[in-house]
Design a protein. Sequence first.
Lengths: 388, 143
Amino acid sequence: MNDVAIIGAGQSTFVRFYPGSVRELAFEGFSDALGHAGISAADIDASVVCSAPEYDLQRSPAGVFAEYLGLNPGPTFYVETLCSSGSTGLKLAYSLVKSGLHDVVAVVGFQKMSEISSAETQERMGRGADIQWESPFGTMMPAYYAMYARAHMQAYGTKPEDLAAIRVKASTYGQLNDRAVYRKAVTAEMFTDKENMMRASVASPLRVGDCCANADGSSCIIVASAEKAKSLCDKPVWIRGIGSASAPVNLAGRDLFNGLSAARQAGAQAYKMAGVGPKEIDVAEVHDCFTIAEMMAYEDLGFAGPGEGRDLINGKETYLDGSIPVNVDGGLLSKGHPIGATGGSQIRTIVLQLRGEAGEIQVPDAAVGLVHNIGGVGLYGNVTILAR
Amino acid sequence: MGKKEKDERFRKFGTVSFTGTTRVNDFIDHLEQGKVSGTRCESCGKAFFPPRADCCTCRSSKMKWFDVQGTGKLITYSTLAFGPKGFEGDLPYTIALVDYGDFKVFGRIAGGIKDSELSIGMALAARANPLADGRVNYVFHKD
């Protein structure tokens, strides 16, 4: 059997401003993963580097990192699918190992967003959509997701307070995560207090509290063949399902506005490949760049029926002791969202859960976990199912 | 030898254009003539908005321009309180998606229309809209 395992996972602390260069930032996540796996750089025979370009000036970072991380002369590959780059990197690593081309592959994700201003960041992110036909109108990621939020509200009667409840959950766990950028408490009252920043509009109907923060960070996942996993690792986590899909970049090319078609398709592929359904998932990480994104993920992944995501959050079913714990590491809303590092951080959380190493946020006896990682405004969707 | 002049008409599109040239540059001329236009594949008849130079279904590049006429229905919208670099002077503004049936149109709501006047499903019409400094885009008006 040519199974593929994850034998180690690491990440840097996610911060507003990392006081070092991108190669040094990458080293932090990489070193954490090697320590977790109990291996050295010499055990790795190929690497995949994941980020979205133009936040820093280094072109072709994979080659630069291979030297800095001690991975020469092994081959290295650069992948990019915006915010889902990390899980796309995992899929490439899975393919490299599954095919027998390589035995141990490091997937290194990074982003240093603090080298440019926030308005410049919004412009870069906006250019992850349709630059020819949409960007000239002044689009940005919060506004695109806000359009989905508006459509979801129209279709199902979802309320701004339902979205706020997702942020309140995120902060419940973000306060426990010492690698998160935002660790303060967020309460529902903050969204009704006129003086509170959380309530301020960003792009209606989304407010400051509905949006994740930019961050600098890195992550690393070590992928290995079954044979290597058995010799190097006591607690391998197996990649059981790995689905991915794309959607038209211009909203004018789409038909669905209260969910993400790429997420639905990727989820269906991953469930089929793993031979499980949403009820078999013990713990999940979903791409909550905005609260509405988590709400749609509940429904796109089948944790809730269409329009029933609000019941799931309001019934606290996605809390640690609920029926389907989601983002109990605080999610992107708390951790921050260093684009290329995000997918790896999500995968790491599920790996720790399945190894029983998640500490205060451990879901008892978690055996099957899911990672939902979205690039752009649902331009790319990756869903990965892991099992111990 | 003189340099061959580049056709960069598309640089005039919107507040900030991120594309210099396209094989559908005539779109800009049409906007300047007061028309919002899409393309239709001469081979399969499929209508495209935004206009495309090539049909991915039949791989034909024979396209005919058509005018976006009448009204469509508002699918969704958002009003921005913050803008990306280069758009600060436009704030606040509303972006929207309008369904014309055969195609959809992504654009901006005309300045002066308040959020309180918008409702999903309402009829809106896309019209060419001259901007400062010879630039041009299109915006949605209440009909």
